[in-house]
Design a binder for this molecule. Structure first.
Ligand code: SF4
Ligand code: SF4
Length: 369
């Protein structure tokens, strides 16, 4: 049984159908992460580039320039100097395989190359990557399925279980409402106050107090900028391909640029209390709706809500946690769109929302699944 390899056709690639990916030479954004080196890749790096390997918890990863810049293998032209031997994670990006009790391929929208609708087919690429990693995916699926089954049993025991398909259908039916701040505010309130939220029954108050919603959005967005470690804060690749970092220091947002050598230059500051949620025009709402629709189908979004439910000791209904988590993800994105506008005067229209989606948060270790 343990040697049975999964049927690759069972991998859900629906998110990638019709999407294309390209890698503009100037970008290099994903090389600001620290890719994990798989056991089978260690020998190459140990023998050929021993000083490029670092240990991160239980894993080996590639070193960064000055411990905080891009990967040591990114040259000054932003090309990978070990391209044919780059780690699996790098070969896989911007495709991720999210493993739960099934495997779903997702496209990382922080990749600029995912926005041009040009280049190679993301769906074909995902299928090829999956066939090369079938053993690893099979083993991850086996482990994750047992964790998920245990989680669902705990939810049923606590009386907070909901069917994922029903949660998703309910969001799809109410999709247009999720770009209305009054509606989001009401969903967030209801998910905290009511035992089991039904989206169809939510009617926004005519005069909602937006201060609380702005504060929640600011808190969510600033949470990701609290680290003093440049490796752990959001990066925005601007139209001139500069890498911009944002860190919160003494309640002020500090904007810096990071260059190819790993040097950081402070460029400006902004008071977060002067940034507020934008009102969106019709085009911006349409881009946002597409994004919410993608998020709603993503197992990583659902998995993040499950993680929250677990941390809340199964005291809240799964629907409340899912709708609440989705609402926070939306206002977080909208607030950061306003923040980018504050520094770069990008406006708050459709382009700004798109740019915001290509604003990313790298974590120290990026794993190839
Ligand atoms: S983020 Fe995307 S476009 Fe940029 S270097 Fe990486 S793969 Fe290429
Ligand atoms: S190995 Fe190459 S592709 Fe991977 S992060 Fe380093 S420079 Fe980028």
């Amino acid at each position: 049984m343990n040697n049975v390899v999964m049927n690759l056709d069972a991998i859900d690639v629906s998110e990638l159908i019709g999407k294309k990916i390209i890698c503009p030479r100037e970008c290099g954004l994903c090389c600001l992460c620290q890719p994990e080196i798989l056991p089978e890749e260690r020998n190459y790096f140990r023998t050929k580039h021993s000083r490029s390997l670092v240990k991160s918890n239980d894993h080996f990863a590639l070193a960064m320039k000055k411990g905080r810049g891009s990967c040591v293998f990114l040259d000054n032209e932003r090309r990978c100097s070990i391209y044919d031997n780059r780690p699996t994670y790098c070969k896989q990006f911007p495709i991720h395989f999210h493993v739960s009790d099934r495997i779903k391929a997702e496209l990382d929208l922080s990749c600029r190359g995912a926005w041009y609708n040009d280049g190679i087919s993301a769906e074909t690429e995902a299928k090829e990557l999956a066939s090369r990693s079938s053993m690893r995916l099979t083993s991850a699926l086996r482990e994750a399925t047992s964790v998920y089954n245990e989680f669902f049993d705990l939810c049923k025991e606590a009386g907070v279980y909901a069917e994922r398909t029903e949660l998703r259908s309910s969001v799809s039916e109410n999709l247009t409402k999720f770009t209305d701040l009054n509606y989001i505010a009401k969903v967030m309130d209801s998910s905290l106050e009511e035992p089991c939220v039904s989206l169809n029954e939510i009617t926004p108050d005519a005069k909602m107090n937006m201060d609380e919603l702005n504060e929640a959005a600011m808190e969510a967005a600033l949470g990701s900028m609290q680290s003093n470690d440049p490796l752990n804060v959001p990066v925005y690749c601007d139209k001139e391909w500069k890498w911009n970092l944002f860190m919160v220091k003494k309640n002020v947002i500090e904007w810096s640029t990071l260059d190819n050598n790993g040097d950081i230059f402070v460029k400006g500051t902004a008071d977060p209390n002067e940034i507020s949620l934008p009102s969106l025009d019709a085009d911006a709402k349409s881009v946002l709706q597409n994004y919410i629709s993608t998020l709603n189908q993503r197992d990583s979004m659902m998995g993040s809500a499950f993680h929250t439910l677990d941390s809340l000791d199964y005291e809240d209904d799964m629907s409340n946690v899912y709708y609440g988590s989705l609402s926070v993800a939306i206002i977080d994105l909208m607030w950061r769109s306003s923040m980018i506008n504050t520094f770069f005067k990008t406006g708050t229209g459709a382009e700004s929302i798109k740019k915001q989606l290509s604003f990313t948060i790298w974590t120290v270790l990026m794993r190839p699944l």
